[in-house]
Design a protein around this ligand. Structure first.
Ligand code: BES
Ligand code: ZN
Length: 910
């Protein structure tokens, strides 16, 4: 519903997905040794039992590699009235070793016939031999037993006829519905396969390593269109008026990237510089919201083709806004699917942050077309690289195409800074070229990056030796080529983030590295054990009060010492926040930096000022810096003109306010409110209620006015109320500036008339951006019965779609009046929620953490613990339980330690 929710979805899967869904499989796999195929015959008793009672000839989760797919001919005919589909496929396979069975994936598909042909059979058009199909649902596998052994090094053709219902949820081949402006409900059919749901749509070798080409045919009614990864070659008219679209054969690709859609959408199209036809599709009433995504995707496609030095290999690229979509977007090759709010931009109701979000998601999924699609991870344990890289490219590409944004940092950014931009890019290009249409693992990327020769470099024995090394700062590390892999391993194999403790003693800097632990203090008994064996190779950068130059040093040991050429009043590490580590300045370090910020903050770079605010508050949560010191550091913000720095400071103040408000600690909330309104008054009062200015001006306006109205600042409430009344009087026709729209709706939602009116408009609106704003506003009501009504509508899934239920519960839980209600609801309706979303799904994780992770009292912790124990006793277990319990414990600890300090600091400051 807002960016923090969206970020949450993403963080949840980046953080939890690998360990919850993927790692268990990995672990299980590694415990099994690969049996030889003949073992089946000798040792059938040890194999699992298929649904028909016969032994199933394979017991591993991973498929055998004896038979590999080369090509799929896939025919699908969905019926959007009876909501099911019939389909058939012919898979060309290569047999590597003689075998009597073929194992592949299939989930909930009714297989009506399976036959096998040899190449000769095909050549002479001989009918296929019937195959026996065994099914082992626990592993989502089927076994095709052949009458005669398949011979090594020969190709065979497996034909399978099958049918199923269009799925109810958001996975496999599923149905999605939307309402037209005229009030009609229409159905479309769409696929979503990552990571392992292609097997719900067609029997296949559903692992990323089994790349093959696909020729897809889709039968449809004439009122619909069909889309797939490739452009259509032809349409055949069938008796009875049905049409059949034949699509061009794809390049070699993994099954999770296959996609097809049958819908009645409209599109806008354009052509990239290299001649790729790019189209953006949406339901007919939303067609007018597609133009921004087209502009952005054309720009970004050009950017990536240049950056990667590899043309996008398909003739077309479609981006489609799907009315029911579980996550944010999915990078299917040539047919990217998006949640409507991740793709559509409505000039009347989409704010600047909505636009930024669309830009980011488009950039992310486009980056996957190379990183992920062209080169794919060998196995899901390296998915973080796919996702981490696409996230990193969001920043690189957005900075290149929208330079005013100057977005943030991550591990890959640190590596780029370490290697130099040029070398980093060259390494990426080498990697993509080397592994195109194939698979790679982590290590392959690090090798390419550490061995990327620039022009003029001297190559010997496969390594680069550059003359520039001795002179260039960025390349001034000996044996750097060998070091990258070693260094990156310390970042990818260890969990967490390092803390660098700096102590200045005259001209000497004493350095020490630790594992940064939020919520665990150095004096806690568990601290030492949590530190053990953690060591990073940290490419440090620093500047000093006497030199703006960027100095570099790799910290590889626990402790180290650096000598400065002269005595300086302060040192600032992690220049431009390019590194992925937190820095603590012991002794007078922080005081000296605070003094500098107050005297003349512009002597520190803007990104360094942001970094200092960030690190200071992180150190408070680790018990290394007192809260008053971190708050003192933010005092300079009254002179700050750099908006991202201002927003960073505001973000922390706002967090504290919400924490106090939720716990009803009224003296502190009151004082924080007075502090904020007084301290930021000059900047609040100069905000206009418009959409004018740069991206950052507009972001600041949204954040400041939202907070001011939330704190009941009279002029803010007055203006918002006035705009809301005008909007209601105009029958919802008045255009309110988009950046303040959410604020105006939220103020309006506080009266019953306003709330009811908003709910009506919610039903009518065809703008996802507007609907999100209205739903957020509705969720801020102080009336429990209204909040309950929203939850009921979300459970029903008609007015409020099921895809929005998790964000709704999260929003209600953030409202102090709704937090108990949301939490009770989740506990009491757990089974119902589980029926809608799988246990490990994004929404379920969001529901669990969204309704609990803000708790900060011992009683609440106890309640949550009890509930999780109850779930575990029922056999439901998720890693997110542990994460939530740790977060609540941290909140409790933070309050215990910092509440008195906050109280005193505020009294002295207002
Ligand atoms: N490929 C992912 C979605 C995904 C990841 C699906 C893992 C299943 C398993 C996609 O590229 C993605 O990252 N989507 C994000 C949006 C993105 C802009 C952060 C999402 O859906 O949250
Ligand atoms: Zn992604």
């Amino acid at each position: 519903m807002d960016n923090s929710c969206r970020k949450l979805i993403f963080n949840i899967y980046i953080g939890f997905y690998c360990s919850a869904i993927i790692l268990p499989q990995m672990c299980i796999c590694s415990y099994f040794s690969t049996p030889s195929i003949d073992q089946f015959n000798k040792d059938a008793g040890t194999f699992p039992v298929a649904t028909n009672g016969q032994p199933f000839p394979w017991h591993e989760l991973r498929l055998p590699t004896v038979v590999t797919p080369l090509h799929y001919d896939l025919f699908v005919h969905p019926n959007l009235t009876s909501l099911d589909f019939v389909a058939s496929e012919k898979i060309e396979v290569l047999v590597r070793d003689a075998t009597q069975f073929i194992i592949l994936h299939s989930t909930d598909l009714e297989i009506t016939n399976a036959t096998l042909q040899s190449e000769e059979d095909v050549r002479y058009r001989k009918p296929g031999k019937k195959l026996t199909v065994l099914s082992y649902p626990a592993h989502q596998q089927i076994a095709l037993l052949v009458p005669e052994k398949l011979m090594a090094d020969l190709r065979y053709y497996v034909t399978i006829d099958f049918q199923a219902k269009l799925a109810d949820g958001f996975e496999g081949f599923y149905k999605s519905t939307y309402r037209t402006l005229g009030g009609e409900t229409r159905t479309i059919a769409v696929t979503d396969f990552e990571p392992t749901q292609a097997r719900m749509a067609f029997p296949c070798f559903d692992e990323p390593l089994f790349k093959a080409s696909f020729s897809i045919k889709i039968r449809r009614e004439s009122r619909h269109i069909a889309l797939s990864n490739m452009p259509k070659v032809k349409t055949i008219e069938l008796e009875g008026g049905l049409l059949e679209d034949h699509f061009e054969t794809t390049v070699k690709m993994s099954t999770y990237l296959v996609a097809y859609i049958v819908c009645d959408f409209n599109s806008v199209s354009g052509t990239s510089s290299s001649g790729v036809k790019v189209s953006v599709y949406a339901s007919p009433d939303k067609w007018s919201q597609t133009h921004y995504a087209l502009e952005a995707s054309l720009k970004l496609l050009d950017f990536y083709e240049n950056y990667f030095d590899i043309n996008y290999p398909l003739p077309k690229l479609d981006l489609v806004a799907i009315p029911d979509f579980e996550s944010g977007a999915m990078e299917n090759w040539g047919l990217i699917t998006y949640r409507e709010t991740s793709l559509l931009f409505d000039p009347k109701t989409s704010s600047v942050s909505d636009k930024l979000w669309v830009t980011k998601v488009v950039a992310h999924e486009l980056a996957h077309q190379w990183f992920g699609n062209l080169v794919t991870m060998e196995w899901w344990n390296d998915i973080w690289l796919n996702e981490g890289f696409a996230t990193y490219m969001e920043l690189i590409s957005a900075n290149a195409t929208y330079p005013e944004l100057e977005l943030g940092a991550c591990i890959l950014n640190m590596l780029k800074d370490f290697l130099s931009e040029e070398k980093f890019q060259k390494g990426i290009i080498n990697y993509l070229k080397k592994f195109s249409y194939g698979n790679a693992k982590n290590d392959d990327l690090w090798s390419s990056l550490s061995n990327s020769c620039l022009e003029g470099d001297f190559t010997s024995g496969g390594f680069c030796y550059s003359d520039s090394k001795t002179t260039s700062n960025t390349l001034a590390f000996l044996e750097e080529n060998m070091e990258v892999k070693e260094m990156m391993t310390t970042w990818t194999l260890q969990k967490g983030i390092p803390l660098v403790v700096v102590k200045q003693e005259g001209r000497s800097l004493r350095l020490q590295q630790e594992r940064f632990l939020s919520g665990v203090f150095k004096e806690d008994p568990e601290w030492r054990a949590l530190q053990e064996r953690y060591l990073w190779h940290i490419p440090l950068t620093y500047s000093t009060s006497s030199s703006d130059a960027i100095h570099r040093h790799i910290l590889k040991s626990k402790t180290d010492t650096l000598d400065l050429p002269e005595k300086t009043s302060w040192v600032k590490f992690n220049v431009d926040s390019n590194g992925y580590y937190i820095v603590h300045y012991e002794g007078h370090g922080w005081d000296q930096l605070i003094t500098q910020l107050n005297q003349n903050h512009t002597l520190l770079r803007p990104k360094d000022r942001i970094g200092l605010i960030h690190d200071a508050f992180q150190l408070v949560s680790a018990g290394r810096l007192t809260l008053d010191k971190a708050l003192d550091l933010t005092r300079y913000l009254q002179h700050e003109t750099n908006i991202p720095a201002l927003l960073k400071g505001l973000e922390y103040l706002e967090t504290f306010y919400h924490m106090m408000d939720r716990r009803n600690i009224s003296d502190v909330t009151e004082n924080l409110k007075h502090y904020f309104l007084r301290y930021f008054k000059p900047v609040i009062d100069t905000q206009s209620w418009s959409d004018e200015g740069s991206v950052w001006d507009r972001m600041l306006r949204s954040v400041l006015l939202k907070l001011a109205c939330y704190l009941n600042h009279a002029p803010c409430i007055r203006k918002a109320t006035q705009l809301f009344s005008q909007w209601m009087e105009s029958g919802g026709k008045l255009n309110i500036p988009t950046d303040v729209l959410k604020i105006v709706y939220s103020v309006g939602a506080q009266t019953t008339a306003g709330w009811n009116y908003l709910l009506k408009q919610y039903e009518l609106s065809v703008s996802g951006a507007e609907k999100n704003k209205i739903l957020y506003a509705l969720s801020t009501s102080k009336h429990e019965e209204k909040l309950m009504k929203l939850i009921e509508l979300g459970m029903e899934g008609k007015v409020i779609k099921t895809q929005d239920l998790a964000a709704l519960l999260h929003a209600i839980a953030r409202n102090p009046e709704g937090q108990q209600l949301a939490w009770n609801f989740v506990r009491e309706n757990w089974t119902e929620l589980l029926k809608k979303f799988g246990l490990g799904s994004f929404p379920m994780r969001m529901i669990i953490s969204g309704t609990t992770a803000h708790f900060s009292s011992k009683d609440e912790l106890q309640e949550v613990k009890l509930f999780f124990e109850f779930l575990k006793a029922q056999g439901s277990h998720l890693d997110v339980f542990q994460i939530v319990l740790e977060t609540i414990s941290k909140n409790i600890k933070w309050l215990e330690k910092n509440l008195p300090t906050l109280r005193t600091w505020l009294l002295a400051s207002i």
